[in-house]
Design a protein around this ligand. Structure first.
Ligand code: ZN
Length: 268
C-alpha cells in the first residue's frame, strides 16, 4: 500500500449500544447513517471492539472474517445479519509487527463481532472496505493502552481508519431497570461522567482519561471496563492538533451514553 502523506484518516470512537441498532430503523441507526456522510472512504478499517476483551493483543488475520453473533436472547433476524467485508492478512501482519512489544499475534479464532458490525452496517453498508479487529487486552494498564494506541497513529497515513467501539457509560444492570420505559431519566452519575469525559477529550487531557479508570465514579459507569477501554486506544492514536467533535450525543435507556467522538486531522 502506497503511503500518501496528503491523506490522513480521522479517528472515531462510537457508542454502539443495543445490538438491535444494527437492524432497527431508530434514532441511533439514523445518526450512524448521518455520521457515515462525514467519513472518507478508507483503505481499511481497524476496529477495536469492546466485545473482544481478554488477555493478549490480537489482530484478526482472516482473508474473509466471519460475522460473530456474540449475544443471546435477541430476535432471529439479528442472528441472520452478515457483514461480509474482506479482511487484509498482509495488513494484519504489519500491525502485529508494529505492536510486537505488546506480544501481539495474528488470530484466526475471531471474526467481526457485533461491536464492529452493528455500526459498520450503517457506516459502510456495502461492506466494501477490508475490516480487521484488534482485541482489547485486559492485562494492559490504561497507560500501556494509550501507548499502544500511539503505535497505531502512523497507520492513519496509510488510509487505515481506526474505529473504537464501546460506550462512554455502560452499566447494564442500570440499563435493565429502565428497559422498556418510554422516557427514561438519565441519572446524574451517568450525565456527569459523560460530560467529564467529553471535556477531557476536547482538551486532549489524556491523563484524565487514564486516571479516571478504577475510581468510584468509573465503577458506577463501568462495572467492568471493556466498553470504556476502546476509547483509550483511539485517544492514543490521535494528535493533539486533531479537531474533536461529537457527531452523536445522548443516552439510550437513560444511562447508556451513545456519544461518538470524531478526531479530524487539521488539514482535512
Ligand atoms: Zn456492547
Amino acid at each position: 500500500m502506497a503511503i500518501n502523506t496528503a491523506y490522513r484518516t480521522p479517528v472515531l470512537f462510537i457508542g454502539h449500544g443495543n445490538p438491535m441498532n444494527a437492524i432497527e430503523d431508530n434514532i441511533w441507526s439514523r445518526k450512524f447513517e448521518a455520521l457515515a456522510a462525514q467519513l472518507p472512504t478508507p483503505q481499511a478499517i481497524l476496529c477495536i471492539s469492546a466485545h473482544w476483551y481478554g488477555p493478549g493483543t490480537r489482530v484478526t488475520g482472516d482473508a474473509h472474517p466471519s460475522t460473530i453473533h456474540d449475544f443471546g436472547g435477541f430476535p432471529t433476524d439479528l442472528f441472520r445479519v452478515q457483514y461480509p467485508a474482506p479482511g487484509d492478512p498482509n495488513l494484519a501482519q504489519r500491525i502485529v509487527d508494529r505492536l510486537h512489544r505488546y506480544g501481539a499475534r495474528v488470530s484466526l479464532d475471531w471474526g467481526l463481532d457485533h461491536g464492529s458490525w452493528s455500526v459498520l452496517k450503517h457506516l459502510r453498508p456495502h461492506a466494501d472496505v477490508p475490516v480487521l479487529q484488534l482485541s482489547v487486552d485486559q492485562s494492559l494498564s490504561p497507560a500501556a493502552i494509550m501507548d499502544l494506541g500511539k503505535a497505531l497513529n502512523a497507520l492513519r497515513n496509510e488510509g487505515v481508519f481506526i474505529l473504537g467501539s464501546g460506550n462512554i457509560t455502560h452499566n447494564l444492570r442500570d440499563v435493565m431497570t429502565r428497559w422498556g420505559a418510554t422516557e427514561p431519566e438519565t441519572p446524574e452519575w451517568a450525565s456527569s461522567f459523560d460530560t467529564n469525559i467529553a471535556t477531557a477529550l476536547e482538551q486532549h487531557d489524556t491523563s484524565y482519561l487514564m486516571k479516571t479508570v478504577g475510581t468510584a465514579e468509573f465503577r458506577q459507569s463501568h462495572p467492568t471496563p471493556d466498553h470504556y477501554l476502546p476509547l483509550l486506544y483511539t485517544a492514543g492514536a490521535v494528535d493533539s492538533s486533531d479537531r474533536v467533535s461529537f457527531p452523536i450525543t445522548g443516552f439510550d435507556f437513560g444511562s447508556l451514553s451513545m456519544r461518538a467522538v470524531l478526531f479530524t486531522p487539521e488539514a482535512v
